[in-house]
Design a protein around this ligand. Structure first.
Ligand code: PEP
Ligand code: MN
Length: 365
């Protein structure tokens, strides 16, 4: 389903550049919510976020206050005039959040990975009175796994329910093992999303990508440099005592400082798209170089093996098989056979050169 005729997020008259959605990871109690909202509103934030239902990896953690917290969001809206947003994962969440008058809902990364859950939410949205559906903003976080099609599928399901104030949130992708980032950003995925759905606003969530306070500022700037449409940042008046995601929450003061020091680019859209595509190419080239270096390392390991087993460096049969198989693979991806043959022969030549070097090193010993 092509996602084409979208309306601006948060209503036709809403304007903020860059868009910054901020608020605590979780609504913990009324005072915590109101303090954060008042300070953020004073800092110029126009959209307030707070998690009411929290999807936790393991049982026993703080799973959110649930329904009673919705009243605090309604109070934020009334007292500060900010728009309010919360995460929904089930049909009941949608009903309750809308009943409390939220302006925006977002689908979390774990839910976005589950087509049944997304469809359930879409089905409820489809039954809303037209006016309510027209005014509601829905943001879809990327699924926890780096699967662009699944992300687009979730967006299409929501779009299919008639929602037109639709956006995506890039919050990085889960991965096993230790990394600088809590959820590595894999920027080429949101960039490809933008290429596929150029009309769709994409908001960056540096809090969940970074997972650490000190990374938020630079990630936020990187996102603006890559022409993301906005940011969603977790903010808590007393982050060290937050009940969830305390390492990544920043105070409203720090948030204000970060937002004010961000360099906002004002280029026309054709330059933006070109810049985006060039950044994409730059990243792909870096990956190609890394892959080539990796291939040569493996090739040298093979060289050492051949030497130990007194095998010749060049084995015509193997080279022939490899060439045929790679050319067929390349053709399936619409690359020309001649182009592939040229590239492979240059790579193979370098591989042979490196293996011969190893052979001669060993001979000299
Ligand atoms: C959140 O925004 O607090 C949240 C739970 O995010 P995610 O779904 O990206 O983990
Ligand atoms: Mn969080």
């Amino acid at each position: 389903m092509p996602i084409t005729d979208l309306k601006p997020l948060f209503g036709d008259d809403f304007k903020q550049s860059p868009l910054v959605i901020a608020g605590p990871c979780s609504a913990e109690n009324e005072a915590q919510v109101m303090d954060a909202a008042n300070e953020l509103s004073a800092a110029g934030i126009k959209v307030f976020r707070a998690g009411v239902w929290k999807p936790r990896t393991k049982p026993g953690g703080f799973e959110g206050i649930g329904t009673p917290a919705l009243e605090w969001l309604a109070k934020v809206k009334k007292q500060t005039g900010m728009l309010v947003a919360t995460e929904v994962a089930t049909e009941r969440h949608v009903h309750e959040a809308l009943h409390a008058g939220v302006d925006a809902i977002w689908i979390g990364a774990r839910t976005a990975a589950n087509p049944f859950a997304v469809q359930e939410i879409a089905n409820v949205l489809a039954t809303l009175p037209e006016e309510r559906r027209d005014s509601l903003t829905v943001l879809v976080k990327n699924p926890v796994n780096p699967d662009l099609e699944l992300w687009i599928g979730a967006l299409e399901r929501i779009y299919g329910s008639g929602i037109r104030r639709l956006g995506a949130i890039h919050r990085g992708f889960s991965s096993y093992g230790k990394h600088v980032y809590r959820n590595p950003p894999k920027w080429r995925i949101p960039i490809e999303l933008h290429r596929r759905l150029p009309q769709l606003p994409v908001i960056c969530d540096p809090s969940h990508i970074g997972g650490r306070r000190e990374l938020i500022g630079s990630l936020a700037q990187q996102a603006l440099d890559m022409n993301f449409n906005g940011l969603i940042i977790e903010s808590h008046c007393n982050p060290d005592n937050a009940l969830s995601d305390k390492e990544q929450q920043i105070t409203p003061d720090v948030l204000k400082f970060i937002v004010h020091t961000l360099v906002v680019h004002k280029t026309n859209s054709s330059t933006e798209s070109l810049g985006l595509l060039r950044q994409h190419i730059d990243r792909i080239d870096t990956e190609l170089i890394e892959l080539l270096a990796k291939r040569m390392r493996v090739s040298r390991d093979i060289g050492r093996y051949k030497k130990e087993h007194a095998m010749p460096v060049v084995q015509a049969g193997r080279y022939n098989d490899l060439m045929q198989q790679r050319v067929a693979e390349a053709e399936r991806l619409d690359l020309s056979a001649e182009f592939m043959r040229n590239i492979l022969s240059v790579i193979h030549e370098e591989s042979v050169r490196q293996q011969l070097e190893i052979t001669s090193e060993n001979n000299q010993q």
